[in-house]
Design a protein around this ligand. Structure first.
Ligand code: FES
Length: 151
């Protein structure tokens, strides 16, 4: 009986590393954890367009359109790949989902629009993006979901 127990124990010990590897999923999202990010002066985003300097490091893009600046997630909701700018929108390099730069879904396997993040201005006029506070599409009209861009 003791010998069988030792054999079972040996097999379990051999399988543990394999099971741990099989169960751990490392997301391919932003390199940094959610946080409040100083994105610099609001005036730097005065022109309409998509600014992707924080896409790889913090998982969002800043988008100016219609006199407003929004912080749009750069992480694909399908399988968490980092999106890229493409023409007037965003594209997922992994499976090809496309989005408007505002975050609305256009096409592809992703079924949801992108998240946006709560924004504010600090005392120096810098844009603060709070990636700990995501906003689903139904909340994009909230006053903390965008900043008015001075013209
Ligand atoms: S990960 Fe973006 S479409 Fe699949």
């Amino acid at each position: 009986m003791m010998r069988v127990t030792q054999q079972i124990r040996a097999v379990v010990l051999l399988l543990i590393p394999t099971l741990m590897t099989a169960c751990v999923t490392i997301p391919s999202g932003p390199a940094n954890p959610p946080m409040r990010v100083d994105a610099g002066p609001l005036r730097a985003y005065a022109l309409d367009g998509t600014y992707d300097a924080f896409a790889g490091s913090h998982g969002f893009m800043l988008v100016t359109f219609g006199g407003r600046l929004a912080a749009v997630s750069a992480t694909c909701p399908h399988d968490r790949s980092t999106l890229r700018k493409a023409g007037d929108g965003l594209v997922c390099p992994k499976d090809g989902s496309t989005f408007e730069s505002s975050g609305k879904r256009r096409d592809g396997p992703a079924k949801e629009p992108l998240l946006r993040y709560v924004m504010s201005l600090d005392s120096r006029g810098h844009v603060i993006v709070d990636t700990t506070r995501p906003l689903i599409q139904g909340l994009w009209g909230r006053t903390d979901a965008y900043l008015v861009v001075p013209r």
